[in-house]
Design a protein around this ligand. Structure first.
Ligand code: IPE
Ligand code: IPE
Ligand code: MG
Length: 256
């Protein structure tokens, strides 16, 4: 299969990584930023088109105040420290998630990162911060409902494409591959709409231990997956002669 255009990562396991080392959870989050840097750099060099990171969920506000403050401080530190370098590397940054309940200084930094890198044509780095898919879909529905109520939109013209266009990810391709670290096998309210046909990979290692080598292994696993999008197995349809022949060769035990 062809390479993924868009990889989305649920960076999970920072806290457990730290606890296992007798460190405070904040140390895990700081180590997690180093993994993030390494993967962004690697993806930029290898020419991936879109890379999305789940950095803070709309449900993560329920964590202890000190941890929430630490996560907000790390986001600010990451942007302040890395923005110039990312810009130099031609990285285009976008942030998805609800902005309204973020403080003015955080919102300012997000806008600065997006506007500085707007014209860049390299890796599209998407940061999901204060992001929850149900919240995103709710906001999209509210906006479409307002258009209908104002007489600007005919309910009959609401299509899947129109809904996609009203999500925070408007204009981006859906993720081809979603990776979650730390062994948890759930989406935790990440990209529910966009993940309709994504391939999933759950890796046991916690996020601070995730490396570019593991990222490449994940891509190699993806290449061996067969995506059907509701259709039938490509080889079974035998529409073209070369495929029919390769099936025959395979069933004869002959390498094609
Ligand atoms: C991921 O690590 C970072 C965020 C969710 C912000 P966790 O903090 O969830 O770490 P665990 O899952 O508790 O180990
Ligand atoms: C998902 O991880 C959110 C992020 C990685 C930012 P969580 O650690 O918050 O998810 P749950 O609570 O284990 O489902
Ligand atoms: Mg977690």
């Amino acid at each position: 299969m062809s390479d993924p255009r868009h990889i989305a990562i649920i960076m999970d396991g920072n806290g457990r990584w730290a606890t296992a080392r007798g460190l405070p959870r904040s140390a895990g989050h700081r180590a997690g930023v180093e993994s993030l840097r390494a993967i962004v750099h690697h993806a930029g060099v290898t020419g991936l088109e879109y890379l999305t990171f789940f950095a803070f969920s709309s449900e993560n506000w329920s964590r202890p105040d000190g941890e929430v403050r630490e996560l907000l401080a790390l986001l600010k530190m990451f942007i302040r420290r890395d923005l110039a370098d990312l810009h130099r590397k031609n990285v285009h940054i976008s942030v998805i998630g609800e902005r309204d309940n973020l403080s003015a200084d955080v919102r300012g930094l997000l806008v600065e990162a997006e506007s500085l890198t707007r014209g860049n044509t390299g890796l599209n780095l998407v940061i999901a911060f204060n992001y929850g898919a149900r919240d995103e879909i709710t906001r999209a529905v509210r906006s479409l409902a307002a258009d209908v109520a104002a007489g600007r939109l005919d309910p009959q013209s609401i299509s899947a494409d129109l809904i996609s266009a009203n999500l925070d990810t408007s204009g981006m391709p859906d993720p081809d591959l979603i990776i979650r670290t730390s062994g948890e096998m759930r989406l935790s309210n990440f990209l529910l709409w966009q993940a309709a046909y994504a391939e999933f990979l759950f890796v046991p290692c916690p996020w601070p231990d995730f490396t570019p080598e593991l990222f490449e292994e994940a891509i190699a696993t993806y290449r061996n997956r067969e995506r059907r999008f509701g259709g039938v197995e490509a080889r079974a349809s035998c529409h073209d002669k070369s495929q029919a022949l390769s099936v025959a060769a395979a069933s004869d035990g002959v390498a094609s």
